[in-house]
Unconditional design. Structure first.
Lengths: 240, 432
């Protein structure tokens, strides 16, 4: 514990509430969340549907703003940012991996990987070179010119992981990354996440499957808008 | 779940520098727009068709309108510029009015007097005309025979193809000589050179001394080559047996002097015809330029009208762009969500869709310009076989319709682009 506390806190949530107004009635999707995630942690976010798990994930991923509370990402308060500031934050600090891959279908794997760099304003040559390095890291260098529909599910998810890595984000947000994959691909993808974790990346994995969550070093259970269980806190891989 | 192959994610340090600049963003959005449009070729083409037809129609119709205008202007110009035409008034005997020009008071001497006494006149050309049968051998042709003076050649800007025109000597001697137009020549002589040959006009022998170069049809559809010109004196005395002239054409030195000369001519003729006080003139002086101005004004109105009608189709094309862009935004909600999740800002998305609709406008505009010019040439080509329909393509309608189509792409792109840019990324990602 003492050792981990010295580590850099990448995510610091304090008193996060998200309240939706439905038909005049207030509904708290998140009801007071306090959470610190340190650099290099591999945290699994679990919870039944309707627990507020997705809302928390959206707030962590800077896709949404909390109604109340403070969210410090890498020491910077992001709870009160405008839409465009959030977009820039997502671009610079967060890499997304989605359940349904969310690749653009009309462009190649390489261009998909390079897409975050487009919005970062990186020049074309640098962009594609970097994207190719990331594809190489996930072992898909030879598929660079393929369009997503020419790739298998596992390959698509690997492209998505490469895309999440491309801008050197502070955290990687993975929302049910294996939800649409077969057992073999699931194993591959989880292997990649574990490897990334070993190399010191901060990963937040949203899942409802206990076996998947078991891969992570820390398991968080969300229920009724609160974190009800927090196991394996502080188990952090050494940065190599 | 340890992976079989030891993968490494140690990426080389990310050194590439970001240059977030406005220009760079535009370039990126432009490339993305092209990719998106290419991805849906048929739809893009159909959307463009609205703009293509709109721009094409504007250019083609305006060119036809301008063609009509230039035709009218040309035909007036072929009558000579700065022209005043003096014609006899209508006779009025006991309250019964005769036809205009039925007065017989305008004489050759009046023409000479005008030439002598009024300044700032270049040419004076009195004429008479009648219709006669013209015969060469077994060929005959019914045509308009005009009695003219030598000045007529200059005043009407006629050109002699072969031979010569009527001279003052011919006038004085009342020579039976004729200068004929190409239509008459073709009908009487075929391909033969008529100069030096004899023809019979109203059964009187005339010698052809000249052949005019073709002037083509006038804007009124009149064949200006279907003419025989003979000396004025010959026409008056040997053919028609009259002493008056049917019109006097005056060419004034300059546009500015027109009104002055017109007033002077009126005063002089009233003196010569002893018209005093409130008595009605027995002649009319018409200013061809002012007539031309009013005609050209009305053809301008016609051009404007045609342009407006075509402009409406351009507007409809613009609405077509908006329609398709709306569909496109809905269809690509998920794509927009992905882009936003990856860091696209409001302006990035806005720019992407705006550029897409502008590209449709620009490309459609360019194709429309090409097709419009083509259509206008086709109209001219087809028109040439029917009559003398010419078209005039000027840069103005091309520029206007091009910028209009770009503007339409911009304007009708704003709403869909805003709709796209304002999408909530969470909602958009969830969209199926």
């Amino acid at each position: 514990m003492a050792e981990t506390d010295k580590r850099h806190v990448t995510i610091r949530l304090t008193g996060i509430k998200k309240i939706y107004k439905i038909g005049g009635e207030e509904l708290a999707a998140l009801n007071g969340i306090d959470l610190n995630i340190h650099q290099g942690e591999f945290a699994a976010l679990m919870g039944p549907s309707g627990s507020g798990k997705s809302t928390l994930m959206n707030i962590l991923g800077c896709l949404d703003r909390p109604t109340v509370g403070s969210y410090k990402l890498d020491g910077e308060e992001v709870a009160g940012l405008s839409d465009d500031q959030l977009a820039v934050t997502r671009n610079k600090k967060i890499g997304f991996v989605f359940q349904n891959f969310n690749l653009l279908s009309r462009i190649t794997a390489l261009e998909n990987v390079a897409l975050p760099l487009v919005y970062a304003g990186v020049g074309k040559r640098d962009r594609l070179e970097r994207a190719l390095q990331c594809l190489r890291a996930v072992g898909l260098e030879d598929r660079a010119d393929h369009q997503p529909n020419e790739l298998s599910g596992g390959q698509r998810q690997r492209v998505a992981i490469a895309r999440a890595l491309v801008n050197e984000p502070h955290i990687i947000m993975a929302d049910e990354p294996t939800g649409n994959l077969d057992t073999k691909s699931t194993k591959d993808i989880m292997g990649i996440f574990e490897a990334m974790h070993r190399e010191g990346r901060t990963i937040i994995l949203v899942t409802h499957e206990p076996e998947i969550a078991a891969c992570a070093s820390r398991q968080l259970l969300v229920r009724d808008g609160k974190i009800t269980r927090d196991e394996g806190k502080g188990v952090v891989m050494d940065v190599v | 779940m340890s992976s079989e192959k030891e993968q490494s994610f140690k990426l080389p340090p990310f050194t590439a520098k970001a240059h977030p600049s406005w220009l760079n963003a535009v370039r990126q959005c432009f490339l993305m727009a092209i990719t998106a449009l290419e991805g849906n070729k048929m739809r893009t083409l159909l959307t463009m068709l609205g703009i293509i037809i709109g721009v094409g129609a504007v250019i083609a119709l305006v060119s036809v309108g301008m063609g009509v205008k230039s035709n009218v202007t040309d035909s007036f110009a072929s009558l000579g510029s700065n022209m005043l035409i003096v014609s006899p008034g209508s006779s009025n005997r006991g309250g019964v009015r005769g036809a205009a020009g039925s007065m017989q008071t305008l004489k050759y001497d009046d023409a000479l007097a005008i030439k002598e006494k009024i300044k700032k006149i270049e040419y004076v050309s009195p004429t008479v005309s009648s219709s006669y049968q013209v015969v060469n051998g077994n060929q005959n042709w019914n045509t308009s025979v005009q009695g003219v003076t030598p000045e007529f050649l200059s005043i009407r800007s006629l050109t002699i193809g072969y031979g010569s025109f009527i001279t003052q000597d011919d006038m004085n001697k009342r020579q039976r000589v004729a200068v004929i137009g190409t239509t008459v020549a073709t009908n009487l002589f075929g391909t033969e050179n008529p100069v030096g040959k004899n023809i019979r006009v109203n059964n009187q022998p005339f010698k052809v001394i000249g052949l005019l170069e073709s002037k083509g049809q006038s804007s009124m559809g009149q064949d200006q080559d279907d003419m025989v010109y003979i000396p004025l004196t010959t026409a008056q005395e040997r053919m028609m047996g009259i002493t008056y002239v049917q019109s006097i054409n005056l060419q004034v030195e300059s546009q500015e002097a027109m009104d002055e000369v017109q007033a002077n001519v009126e005063t002089l003729l009233r003196q010569r015809h002893h018209i005093v006080g409130g008595k009605e003139d027995d002649f009319h002086v018409r200013n061809l330029t002012s007539i031309m101005e009013s005609v050209s004004q009305s053809t301008s109105m016609l051009t404007l009208l045609l342009g407006c009608i075509a402009g409406i189709s351009l507007l409809v094309g613009g609405i077509g762009i908006m329609n398709i862009m709306m569909v496109s935004v809905t269809e690509r909600t998920r794509e927009i969500g992905i882009r936003k999740a990856l860091g696209a800002t409001y302006h990035d998305i806005m720019l992407q869709f705006m550029i897409e609709s502008m590209v449709i406008g620009i490309v459609g505009g360019v194709i429309g310009i090409v097709l419009g010019c083509g259509a206008s040439k086709l109209v001219e080509y087809l028109g040439a076989s029917l009559g003398s329909l010419t078209t005039v393509i000027t840069p103005l309608p091309i520029f206007v319709s091009f910028f209009f189509s770009v503007g339409i792409g911009l304007f009708f792109g704003i709403y869909p682009a805003r709709k796209a840019a304002k999408l909530d990324p969470i909602e958009a990602l969830r969209y199926e």
